[in-house]
Design a protein around this ligand. Structure first.
Ligand SMILES: *Cc1c(COP(=O)(O)O)cnc(C)c1O
Length: 379
């Protein structure tokens, strides 16, 4: 097979990265909570309308912080989509929680809110909706079922930064939300993340948990005269030198999201007729959801066609990829009570989904080549 000419994803390159890293070193502040971190946090607090945003080493760690903050204990149940990344679930399983895998809606592929209503019981402590591709889950329903039963909602918003649901920013809807700045996400600093805190009652303990269980954040603000070990914690801070890479991307969020959206819409326009001929479908975006163009996918008529399509594109040097394998069928998921047949929609779409190359620095020539090769494929 030939070399890959068009990858599936590439981290954002603005061209000024070196200057920002130099400035971080010129500040002599490259560890956590320096000036760049403060500016990223402020920008995100304003954009999302959050009480506090704490930068973390990853979305995985932000999820672990959320589980610690909610005092998740063995025997607690957490409702999670089956069609998600492992971190959504692991963070709670690490605290001894029992995951309950929720199947997807066939249209948006998001956690089915009607199943959330059925599955919430006395042991349920948290629901973790994932806005797949940055298209919102049915949050009004999920939040109201949670409220009725005293269950907290934590949004895993790794895909959805700067998206919205009924005019409200994604990440502002749960008591907390988590963001990812991994290189595969819309905004990235290699590895990174954030915990978005919307319940002001959780802020001070979140600062402590992120600072190894100490009140060091209060010490730096001059609120206490020495810092002490006061609670559980770990080291979840993003290095300021990485925040220096992230800030210019966040400042240019409209430009970055707009370019992704242009690519997304080109796929939608150019692939619609060809896909319909083949019995494939394109993403469904409900009118009340604004998405940040994180994923463009096709649902092929069956797995064999999907796998043949991936091979066809690969032969032309273009990488298209499938996505999550349902967690209820994973080896670890099975040890936690998952089994085949539990999430029929997720099990079906997982075999048929394929994602198209989509990244900020993708050129018009690359986009044209992907579309041309795709539409040459015959089922
Ligand atoms: C990428 C991703 C994560 C993990 O993000 P990291 O920053 O790599 O820890 C978690 N959940 C979802 C839905 C993701 O897509």
């Amino acid at each position: 097979m030939g070399a890959i000419q068009i990858p599936f994803s590439k981290p954002v390159v603005l061209g000024t990265e070196g200057e920002w890293v130099k400035e971080a070193f010129a500040n002599s502040r490259v560890a956590g909570d320096g000036p760049f971190s403060a500016r990223c946090s402020e920008l995100l607090e304003d954009a999302i309308g959050a009480s506090r945003v704490l930068l973390t080493t990853s979305c995985t760690h932000a999820l672990e912080m959320a589980a610690l903050l909610l005092d998740i204990k063995p025997g607690d149940k957490v409702l999670v989509p089956s069609f998600t990344f492992v971190s959504t679930v692991n963070a709670f399983v690490l605290r001894g929680a029992q995951p309950v895998f929720v199947d997807s809606r066939p249209d948006t592929l998001n956690m089915d809110e009607e199943l959330v209503k059925e599955l919430i019981d006395e042991q349920t402590r948290v629901v973790v909706p994932v806005h797949y591709g940055g298209v919102a889950c049915e949050m009004d329903a999920i939040l109201s079922y949670g409220n009725d039963r005293g269950v907290r909602v934590v949004e895993d918003n790794a895909h959805g930064l700067f998206g919205a649901y009924r005019g409200r920013p994604l990440g502002s809807l749960g008591c907390m939300a988590t963001q990812s700045f991994h290189e595969t996400k819309n905004f990235s600093c290699g590895e990174g993340g954030a915990l978005v805190i919307n319940d002001p009652g959780l802020v001070s303990r979140a600062e402590i948990i992120r600072e190894k269980g100490t009140d060091r954040s209060r010490f730096f603000r001059g609120e206490v005269d020495k810092y002490r070990w006061v609670d559980l914690g770990s080291s979840f801070l993003l290095a300021d030198v990485l925040a220096a890479l992230l800030l210019p991307q966040l400042e240019r969020r409209e430009q970055i999201t707009q370019r992704r959206m242009t690519i997304w819409q080109s796929y939608e326009r150019s692939l619609a007729a060809w896909a319909a001929d083949m019995g494939a479908t394109l993403p469904v975006i409900p009118p009340h959801c604004e998405h940040p163009a994180h994923v463009f996918y096709l649902l092929m008529p069956d797995q064999l066609t999907r796998d043949r399509f991936i091979a066809h594109m690969r032969a032309q040097g273009i990488l298209t990829v499938f996505h999550y394998l349902p967690l209820n069928m994973s080896p670890m998921g099975k040890r936690l009570g998952g089994r085949r047949g539990m999430c029929p929609v997720a099990e079906d779409i997982s075999g048929r989904i394929v994602r198209m190359p989509l990244y900020y620095n993708m050129g018009d020539d690359e986009l044209a080549k992907v579309i041309e090769c795709a539409t040459q494929f015959e089922a």
